[in-house]
Design a protein around this ligand. Structure first.
Ligand code: ADP
Length: 274
């Protein structure tokens, strides 16, 4: 599903004395199947941008096209339900949104609310609980008896259970230990490869952007400052330093090495760190 932003501007508290410009002149095209990383300082507009992807926010000017849907300020968008199904957002600390008595009910809640039969929803839950690295026994437990990392995985399974075409991840590994972080990112990497799921990752981790994304955008003060492949973005670290972004040595080392040997190393270099 193709996504595009055309001349998008967003102002919080629009037309009030508290108006705050958060996005300006955003033009961005995200082809189906892309793994896009969005990086930038706190306050640069990343979260605001991603909330436009399933119409949680509507632009105050410009248009966001999500598949057949055009989300713009003047038009009453038809029912938003299909967009919410097609674009799944994993917010920061998604485990805070768990609420059902059992993990199974929690994962099935979304799809059943969107008209999927209980039987099909349960089948999806069984498949997904394994996909996110847990076992079927977990399905009968209360989500609140699980560890933080396990709860995070259950919440992610709940988003995936909607069978989205696009998955949007807002710092999905925040607060996890390094091993948990890599397991979760590898899972999204596999999903992207297996299902061609368009994946949009907001991250502070340059390593994750460098290793998992095929395209990176840098946000700065509400504007899209730069867009390119990881190679384009990281081959000029001085420019990133000027934007106040730090490029860890391991990323630079990997790109130098890849340039020298003339092929991609994929995610392998990350393992050296641990
Ligand atoms: P990031 O995700 O990159 O940290 P945000 O999209 O959260 O950035 O914020 C972009 C700008 O919008 C910042 O200046 C922030 O202070 C402002 N902002 C974010 N949320 C609100 C809000 N609910 N009301 C007013 N201003 C906001």
């Amino acid at each position: 599903m193709q996504i595009s932003f055309q001349q998008v501007e967003y102002r919080y508290s629009y037309k009030t004395p508290f108006e705050k410009l958060a996005l300006e002149d955003i033009n961005l095209s995200i082809p189906s199947g892309q793994f896009l990383a969005v990086i930038g300082h706190t306050g640069s507009g990343k979260s605001t941008l991603l909330q436009h992807l399933n119409a949680l926010l509507k632009p105050t000017s410009g248009v966001v096209n999500v598949g057949d849907y055009a989300i713009s300020p003047d038009k009453k968008t038809k029912s938003l339900k299909p967009i919410r199904q097609k674009v799944g957002i994993v917010f920061q600390f998604p485990e805070h949104q768990l609420f059902e008595e059992t993990v199974l009910k929690d994962i099935c809640y979304g799809p059943m609310n969107f008209g999927v039969s209980e039987e099909v929803a349960k089948e999806r839950a069984k498949e997904l609980i394994v996909k996110v690295g847990l076992t079927e026994e977990v399905l009968e437990k209360s989500p609140f008896d699980l560890s933080g990392g396990q709860m995070r995985r259950v919440a992610i399974a709940g988003v995936l259970a909607m069978n989205p075409d696009v998955i949007v991840l807002d710092e999905p590994t925040a607060g996890l230990d390094p091993r948990g972080q890599r397991e979760i990112m590898d899972m999204f990497h596999d999903l992207h490869k297996e299902k061609g799921l368009t994946t949009i990752l907001v991250t502070h981790s340059m390593e994750d952007a460098a290793h998992y994304a095929n395209e990176i955008v840098i946000m700065q003060k509400g504007r899209l400052k730069k867009k390119g492949t990881p190679q384009d973005i990281f081959s000029n670290p001085e420019e990133l330093f000027e934007m106040g972004l730090d490029v860890p040595d391991v990323v630079r080392f990997q790109f130098k090495l890849e340039e020298r040997i003339g092929r991609k190393l994929g995610v392998t270099c990350l393992t050296i760190e641990e």
